[in-house]
Design a binder for this molecule. Structure first.
Ligand code: SF4
Length: 420
């Protein structure tokens, strides 16, 4: 019933007539868009939207819930983006072959750029999920404050140091301390933890991913030894942001935090989900423009994957090809950026991690958290934390990467500005 609703919607769009297809912007034109991206320039918004759609059409890859379909239609109407959706649907049905050829060319170019900067090296970050307690309520997140069913935990500083020690022995030289916005982790407690890590492992970098703070707090943590900070912008479209978050969480605040992080001298990570509810191609174009202007040192891009205990439980997951398309475009525009092949990508497809690297990613973040924490840090359903996602299985990961021509290095993997 739900699937037929999706098909019915597509047919409805197709029957509207005057559909642009691949013919309206032929292959040569798309090549010109690729050339522009490779020169690190932004194509026009219209060209970029058409290019993204041609590489990986925006399609609800699964059944569309009745309510979600209606809400999406309403949003598209509001944003006057119906034509965009029509084009997408048309390309999905008419030009699947063309799409994959264009996409493969994009990935090949992105790979070439990544190889020029990093060779065949893949940098590792050891992910330590320090707490799943969060004061925020992002509508897509399984550990949001409103999820009363989440089994909450917080690692002690001693447990976190234990994870670092274990990770150091395995060859990790970057530790990522990631958690919800847990009030127990005050600036002072985090600073003490950072000083402890830096004193014991001075050759390691520490990345924080602990959410929104005042600039003074970011500065204090930077002074205590934090090298990098991940804070996904989630969407560069304020209207879309408001649909993904409750009213007290503002897009302006998120952007201000990102600017503060840069001002404090962090290697700063932005990023977004692909296929999040109500995301249009126009939203992705804004994401690309934001990245081009803000120039983050790191960018995390993963498919949206729903969590059953969130308001977005019935929305379909993001499309893997579209996610890879966004990774590759980002690589072309920001050649020296550190781009992870995300856990969400590895969750959405068995070979997602490798495909991310073949689309231009150069970082992996295996999980160093204790097993009980890994199982409870469920941002989305079925999140992978075993197998090659688990830091203990680093040799299996190495073999998988060697099979596609890459290798893991023992290195902090800092962002380096281009020399030329
Ligand atoms: S995405 Fe982050 S800030 Fe938002 S609810 Fe989840 S853990 Fe909290």
């Amino acid at each position: 019933m739900r699937l037929s609703h999706g098909i019915h919607r597509t047919e409805k769009i197709l029957s509207k007539g005057s559909l642009p297809t691949m013919n309206t912007m032929d292959y040569q034109h798309y090549q010109a868009v690729l050339d522009t991206l490779e020169r690190r320039e932004l194509p026009s918004a219209g060209d970029l939207a058409a290019f993204i759609n041609a590489c990986a059409p925006q399609a609800f890859s699964g059944p569309v819930p009745e309510q979600a379909g209606d809400l999406e239609a309403q949003y598209l109407e509001e944003a006057e983006l119906r034509d965009n959706a029509a084009q997408t649907a048309a390309i999905t049905l008419l030009n699947a072959g063309d799409s994959s050829a264009l996409r493969e060319e994009l990935f090949a170019r992105a790979r070439r750029v990544a190889r020029r900067h990093f060779g065949t090296k893949i940098y590792l970050r050891g992910l330590i999920e320090i707490s799943n307690i969060c004061r925020q309520d992002c509508r897509y997140c399984g550990i949001r404050r409103s999820n009363a069913d989440a089994s909450r935990y917080r690692l002690s500083p001693e447990e976190i140091l234990g994870c670092c020690e274990h990770g150091y022995g395995l060859g990790f030289r970057t530790f990522v301390l990631q958690g919800g916005e847990d009030p127990w982790f005050t600036d002072e407690r985090l600073a003490e933890l950072l000083r402890g890590i830096k004193a014991r492992w001075p050759d390691c970098a520490v990345t924080l991913s602990v959410g929104e703070k005042e600039e003074a707090s970011y500065r204090l943590l930077r002074d205590a030894g934090a090298d990098r900070f991940l804070l996904r912008h989630e969407t560069a479209d304020p209207v879309h942001y408001a649909k993904l978050h409750p009213p007290h969480q503002s897009w302006e605040k998120r952007m201000a935090c990102l600017r503060s992080l840069k001002a404090c001298g962090y290697q700063t990570g932005a990023g977004f989900m692909v296929g999040s509810p109500w995301q249009t191609t126009a939203c992705l174009v804004k994401d690309v423009a934001f990245l081009h202007e803000f120039r983050p040192e790191m960018v995390g891009i993963g498919p949206f994957i729903p969590h059953t205990r969130t308001p977005f439980a019935d929305f379909p997951s993001g499309n893997v090809e579209r996610t890879l398309t966004m990774v590759a475009i980002t690589r072309l525009l920001l050649p020296p950026a550190m781009l992870p092949s995300t856990t969400a990508l590895g969750t959405a497809a068995e070979d997602g991690r490798e495909r991310g690297i073949l689309a231009g990613a150069n970082v992996l973040m295996p999980n160093l958290s204790p097993k009980s924490a890994r199982l409870r840090y469920t941002l989305y359903n079925n999140k992978r934390s075993e197998g090659a996602e688990c830091a203990d299985n680093i040799e299996a990961l190495r073999r998988r990467l060697q099979a596609i021509g890459y290798d893991i290095v023992v290195d902090r993997g800092d962002f380096r500005k281009e020399q030329d």
